[in-house]
Design a protein around this ligand. Sequence first.
Ligand code: FAQ
Length: 311
Amino acid sequence: GDEVLQEHFDRRIAHDQRIEPRDWMPEGYRRTLVRQIAQHAHSEIIGMQPEGNWLTRAPSLRRKAILLAKVQDEAGHGLYLYSAAETLGADRAELTGKLISSRQKYSSIFNYPTLSFADIGVIGWLVDGAAICNQVPLCRSSYGPYARAMVRICKEESFHQRQGYELLMTMMRGTAEQREMVQESTDRWWWPSLMMFGPPDGDSPNTRQSMAWGIKRHTNDELRQKFVDMTVPQADALGVTLPDPNLRWNAERGHYDFGEPDWSELKRVIGGNGPCNAQRLARRRRAHEEGQWVRDAAAAHAAKHAARREA
Ligand code: FAQ
């Protein structure tokens, strides 16, 4: 019965073996994965909006081609992730329905506006940098389809991070005004990027169980620290100042100390009251409605083919 199945599952987890779609799994494990994967998929899709905002205003054909490729990659990531969620029995139309009716979340970071073209570089550097930091360990997540989706996503995210950093390097070699744009953008995105890793460990209801199941491999605070340690030398090389007076090397810990993000801001943004939440969801809802004819046409086409095969 269930006890034997549970034992078998526990043994696989203990031996760091993958769980696959046809394997028995506890209901909580399935639910947690659907929650995290759906939230991740929604983030990729909503994440197309802030950068898409600059597609028509990119300063050169080269920058436009790069940005277009990146935004299309995000759509692809969303699709791999929805497929991974489907292997758990989730229904994609239902997941989309939950997103546009605010019953499922997406990352807080995409509720901030992109005010200048420097934001395109800073999103690549900091937001994709944070995403890589969080997602590389997920390539070893215990659920096979999620872990495998993550391998490809991380490769593409590395390209995204590099294009952002290269864009910023170019701007920093430019005029005083361009350098000022990069600094101003860094000032706005630094703290929200730290918040991407989620609430502090003491305030993170899901971390303990998710780690026991091998869904998550590190706590939110561990990954946040890793991101800070990796990013400070990059800021130095770029010549920008990170907006945190408490940021300093701690030789004893072998890590950078840093200030406390404003957790009330993260709560506000997750709760739907960030600067762009309403706009992002309204746009996603409109795109869904405007795509109805495509879904109808695809369904009609499939039905016609099925009927022809039967005849
Ligand atoms: N925003 O107990 P925990 C990208 C929620 S990268 C919104 O710590 P957990 C790439 C959390 O869901 C962004 N909500 O939760 C890209 C939970 O609520 P629930 C996407 C947040 O799951 C770049 C509650 O707070 N990446 O898209 C946030 O153990 C550029 C309590 O939190 C991923 O999703 C937040 N920042 O840890 C695309 C990575 N933080 O569901 C386009 C995979 C927490 O119980 C352009 N996900 N919450 O109602 C994860 O690693 C985890 O889910 C965490 C949260 C670390 C995000």
